[in-house]
Unconditional design. Structure first.
Length: 172
């Protein structure tokens, strides 16, 4: 059975770097709740006060470029972002997202697909997205099952502790 998630889109452009996602001045505090309070402040200052748990970020090319810090992915997840859909991701951000339990889907054509405020529906296993306002559909690159398991467990470390990865594969 396909997992369907619904949420409101928050549209951003190309090259949203990690300093825009979580400005470095807030990283002296090690509390992810503080990071969540300042998430996306570099692009949309009131974002953290407006986002609802389960909402989605829609972005253009190179989302998460810049620093390789994982604070950006952790802050987004802590703020309630259910997934980030982008034309492309900086490789470090992409890996950090899954390692910290945040879904990151590469979706060719997503930049023109949704506007801030649109309601989106995503079928995670197939990678199909639907915009409720326009009724348009678009196809993401589907995630392999092990990444879906990793996100469901809350990230890489909880997934490994629950028996994911090589331990499970070697036992099968």
């Amino acid at each position: 059975m396909e997992t369907i998630r619904e949420g409101t889109a928050w549209a951003f452009g190309d090259d949203v770097d990690t300093d825009a996602i979580i400005p470095s001045m807030y990283l002296v505090d090690r509390d992810p709740a503080v990071w969540a309070h300042h998430i996306m402040e570099g692009v949309l200052p009131d974002f953290s006060g407006r986002i609802k748990t389960g909402d989605f970020i829609v972005a253009g090319r190179s989302f998460g470029s810049g620093s390789s810090r994982e604070h950006a992915a952790i802050g987004l997840r802590q703020a309630g972002v259910a997934a980030v859909f982008a034309e492309s991701f900086a490789r470090n951000f992409y890996r950090n997202a899954f390692n910290n339990g945040l879904i990151a889907l590469e979706v060719p054509g997503i930049a023109g697909f949704a506007e801030t405020g649109d309601r989106l529906e995503v079928a995670l296993e197939s990678g199909r997205l639907r915009n409720s306002r326009t009724q348009a559909e678009i196809q993401a690159t589907p995630l392999p099952p092990f990444l879906m398991e990793m996100v469901a467990q809350g990230g890489l470390v909880p997934w490994l502790l629950a028996g994911g990865g090589w331990r499970r594969t070697r036992q099968e």
